[in-house]
Design a protein around this ligand. Structure first.
Ligand SMILES: NC(=O)c1ccc[n+]([C@@H]2O[C@H](COP(=O)([O-])OP(=O)(O)OC[C@H]3O[C@@H](n4cnc5c(N)ncnc54)[C@H](O)[C@@H]3O)[C@@H](O)[C@H]2O)c1
Length: 254
């Protein structure tokens, strides 16, 4: 997608690590000016510095996506620096300890729903008016295969990721007339810190996950970056409200 994003501005949340980090780098390689947003400051700054060191343009904005004031400030900082917002990847996410539903702590429920679901809503709440004023924009939210297959011992996470699909469809319907497209990606087993934590909680998981993928492997974060850049590009101009699995063909519960 070289040069696809020249002159455009992309914002990525959860860009300190994992698929957010890779996607921020790929947006920059494709020519975008990139807003790197994350609650983790040192690694977030490192992502932005990596882009600048490669000749790109990026800023880091410390952001807690579960906090309205912080998300509002993230979008304000984007406009102050670059004056517009063309593509947003609302990707920050967390997962709870692997326990059955009744054993889940209320604080873990609130934390996971606060980041994964309220966070996506807040990001769109502040991004959409900017895109409406421009008359254009594309948003990709990160859901999960948990929104299409039930993965036991992830009740808060699963509820949040089903919610992301619903919010995505709602935003697509409500804002299509404003020239804005909104889609979500359902990643399945991408080898990032989150996946490493899930495997640490349940060591046999990796082999079980691989066994349920016809492609037989856990993915590199680049597969998510590629899907996100394509969905945000003009090549996907007639695609909105879509929930795209990027999961190696997941066929059964892992
Ligand atoms: N790795 C997988 O297999 C997988 C599968 C399905 C969905 N996902 C989803 O993909 C997204 C990215 O996850 P990842 O695998 O790259 O994991 P990751 O842990 O490497 O990245 C998540 C990022 O979100 C940031 N973050 C957490 N809370 C935040 C907050 N309140 N505000 C701002 N940033 C915050 C973290 O600091 C981190 O940089 C998440 O939404 C996750 O649920 C991952």
């Amino acid at each position: 997608m070289k040069d696809f994003y020249t002159g455009k501005v992309a914002l990525v949340t959860g860009a300190a690590t994992g698929m957010g980090h890779t996607t921020a780098i790929e947006f920059a390689k494709a020519g975008a000016k990139v807003v790197v947003a994350d609650v983790v400051e040192d690694l977030g700054r490192k992502t932005a510095a990596e882009i600048v060191a490669s000749g790109g343009d990026a800023i880091f904005v410390r952001t807690d996506v579960s906090d309205a004031a912080s998300v509002g400030a993230m979008v304000d900082a984007t406009l102050a620096k670059y004056g517009r917002l063309d593509a947003a990847f609302n990707n920050a996410g967390v997962i709870e300890p692997a326990v059955r539903l009744a054993d889940l702590d209320e604080k873990d429920w609130d934390r996971v729903l606060g980041v994964n679901l309220k966070g996506v809503w807040l990001c769109m709440k502040y991004q959409l008016p900017v895109m409406v004023a421009q008359g254009s924009g594309a948003i990709v939210n990160t859901s999960s295969v948990c929104a299409s297959r039930i993965l036991p011992r992830t009740s808060a996470y699963t509820a949040s990721k089903f919610g992301v699909v619903g919010l995505t469809r709602m935003a697509a319907v409500e804002y299509g007339g404003d020239g804005i497209r909104v889609n979500c990606i359902l990643p399945g087993a991408v080898f990032t810190e989150m996946m490493k934590q899930a495997v640490a909680d349940d060591p046999s998981r990796l082999e079980r996950v691989k066994a349920t993928r016809p492609l037989g492997k856990v993915a590199d974060p680049i597969v998510i970056a590629n899907a996100c850049l394509w969905l945000c590009s003009d090549q996907a101009e007639h695609i909105t409200g879509h929930a795209l699995p990027v999961d190696g063909g997941y066929v059964a519960a892992a």
